[in-house]
Design a protein around this ligand. Sequence first.
Ligand code: HEC
Ligand code: HEC
Length: 435
Amino acid sequence: MRGKSGGAIALLGAVLVLAACGRSPAPPASTVSSATPTAAPATTAISAPIADNPVQRHVVFPSLNVPLSPRAALGKQIFFDTTLSASGHQSCASCHDPAHAYAPANALAVQLGGPDLRQQGARATPSLRYMDFTPYFTRHLYIPDVEGVEDEGMAGGFMRDGRVNTLHEQAALPLLNPREMANASVTDFSTRLARASYADQVRQLFGTSVFQQPDQALAAAGQALESFESEDDSFHPFTSKFDAVLSGHARFTAQELHGFALFNNPDKGNCASCHLDLPGVGGRPPLFTDYSYVALGVPRNMEISANRDPRYYDLGVCARPEMSRETVYCGNFKTPTLRNIATRQAFFHNGRFHKLDEVMHFYVERDTNAGKWYPKVGGKLLKFDDLPEKYRANVDNFRVPMNRHPGQKPALDDTEITDVIAFLKTLDDGYMSHP
Ligand code: HEC
Ligand code: HEC
């Protein structure tokens, strides 16, 4: 995985060398997004940088021309292979659709899977775009700030609760999850992989005896998937309008610029305090997350049938066995990237909202008008009803825009919300063919 297993560092090196010796010519449109041949978006031709662009920053984009390694090419076949599931009809791409920024094509709060494809998952499926930059889970993420270094607290790790550190380990989870691809055991999976049309490639790359030990076959699939998810451009294209503006090749409209200002303003949206929009180390373009964990108190979602049981709660980070005693983290979920957010159809860990406009209103009216979001039981408002009462104090109520009181004015009014959404739409990939 990029950033940890060495591939990342190698890639960063390649990026810097490329930057130093000038950009390679733009690839033909068909190779821009190798995993999405049918979804090539209409793109804008980018010419010389525009002068006088206050938003321009030093950014270094990864090259889009790197061919896949043999491992990654194998991983690509595995990613799209439905025969590796118990149903025979589900692959990674069924939930992580490349034509939808590797998020689901539908608006379901949670996806269906399992042997009969009728089992509801527990959480909304995230987009896999840009997730390959995720750092290891840590209790203390230190980031540079104006005063030196700031401790961001707990951050990183894959999944919405950070429970796995690498993409090769992550791959085993959906393959064996009874509500997802539902292989009954590692042996069951290994048998399916051994029957795949590309089984000889697995042997070539991972040894002729790879199928004799099911654990090895699973590990091989994990390594191949990790290479694909790290190497393939389609996981990190950086072709949004925001990227074009940042590199000085396009301009925000007045509305987008205003939305961007509100997104950054610590007294208004304050969004950038978690959805970080500054370039990273080496000029890496912003990823719109600091990977930190926060309890936002998202309302319970009755579209998830498990929630009909009043004793059932998704506790997020503290549902991890090794974190179960750290109850201050109950209700905490990872801050996701906002790149391609306008293409998503289910928001937050439980998919409670389906429109960006609802998400925005929730952020700014959660505390000023709580009755709009939470049920009343016996005349009593159950604020933060998706957490057991004893953990409701974990919900963040001090950071803008969630620091208001009943009856106060929301941090953003309707026009301002529209402007922030206009800005968020500039984070969709496909504005230009090449960063
Ligand atoms: C049935 C739908 C479904 C299928 C099939 C599926 N996933 Fe996922 N994926 C999810 C959900 C839901 C999550 C979030 C789960 C959580 O946070 O507990 C997720 C999370 C992830 C993440 C972590 C993303 C992040 O930002 O932390 C990765 C990586 C991933 N999946 C890769 C895969 C791969 C590779 C496959 C195929 C082997 C796959 N998924 C198959 C639903 C699915
Ligand atoms: C205190 C940190 C914090 C602030 C401030 C913040 N967010 Fe978030 N954001 C999060 C976390 C954490 C999540 C995931 C919560 C969950 O799944 O329960 C999230 C989720 C989201 C999502 C849903 C993403 C998805 O893929 O489901 C959107 C959209 C979003 N935020 C937009 C914004 C905007 C716009 C602002 C400013 C008005 C903002 N956020 C301010 C931490 C923050």
